[in-house]
Design a binder for this molecule. Structure first.
Ligand SMILES: Nc1ncnc2c1ncn2[C@@H]1O[C@H](COP(=O)(O)OP(=O)(O)O)[C@@H](O)[C@H]1O
Ligand SMILES: [Mg+2]
Length: 253
């Protein structure tokens, strides 16, 4: 059974059909790519899978549970979380506080239960702070722990975005164009960290515009065009697919 199954998803923006019967699966611990031209519907698919946009029809099943109707935080609590194409850091807060907030947001309920147990709250905060330090070290951001997030480079903001995601202790992460606007050196570092996360058992679905870049990273990928999945399989098979070549007009391969 797949870890995440998105089946026959349709989504509309007014009269515009952004997704038409899209199906996609991510297996336990798998590293999967999603490519497609601008406007193909990739980000919209992430939004539907993670609960930011309601599905018009179809289903999202995670760990065998139908989560189609669940709110974002309920999906996060089950281990499914995403990043955004444009990082959403709080620019006037430090990197450390950005990470703490990401974790607290998702633990609101749990913390509320601890309201009358100050010691327990302090323990939980210390545990989170420890985890923040671990994740920042893992992402090579330890040096900027106390910097304002707004001062980071584009690439560092992408890393912070992944860091905020990791505070949620997810089992499946969906990364929306993590390499866009990042310099080549940092792209190499990002790839390496993503592979390492995957090696530790986190399933990854990653959107990337650049087909060649993604083909080096993932053993399996999907291609979307105009709201539909048009091909899936090994990078070689997808790159050779006539429909994919046509969608890209031979431009990026
Ligand atoms: N909030 C929205 N309102 C209206 N149209 C949208 C919205 N979000 C995306 N779209 C449209 O849906 C299509 C798919 O967008 P998107 O999922 O962002 O594509 P991709 O991520 O593949 O580039 C595009 O035509 C886009 O203009
Ligand atoms: Mg997008």
């Amino acid at each position: 059974m797949a870890l995440l199954s998105v089946t026959d998803i349709t989504a509309r923006f007014g009269g515009f059909k952004a997704l038409s019967s899209v199906s996609l699966e991510v297996g336990e611990g798998e590293l999967v790519g999603l490519i497609g031209t601008n406007g193909a519907g990739k980000s919209t698919l992430f939004s539907v899978a993670t609960g930011y946009i309601p599905a018009g029809s179809g289903s999202v099943v995670f760990r065998g549970e139908d989560i189609t109707e669940l709110a974002v935080h309920q999906r996060v609590r089950r281990g499914l979380a995403r990043t955004f194409q444009v990082p959403r850091e709080f620019s006037q807060m430090t990197v450390f506080d950005n990470m703490m907030v990401a974790a607290r947001d998702q633990r609101g309920e749990k913390l509320a239960n601890l309201l009358f147990a100050r010691g327990a709250i302090r323990e939980e905060e210390e545990r989170l702070a420890q985890r923040v330090r671990e994740v920042l070290a893992f992402l090579n951001l330890a040096r900027v722990t106390d910097e304002l997030a707004g001062k980071l480079s584009g690439g560092q903001k992408k890393l912070l975005e992944i860091g905020r995601l990791l505070m949620l202790e997810p089992s499946c992460i969906m990364l929306d164009e993590p390499f866009a606007g990042v310099n080549p050196v940092l792209i190499g570092q990002l790839c390496e960290r993503i592979v390492e996360l995957n090696r530790r058992g986190i399933a990854v679905l990653i959107i990337e515009h650049n087909l060649a870049e993604l083909a080096r990273l993932v053993p399996r990928l999907y291609a979307m065009d105009r709201g539909q999945v048009i091909a899936s399989g090994t990078p070689e098979a997808v790159l050779a697919d006539a429909g994919v070549r046509e969608a890209y007009m031979g431009g990026v391969i």
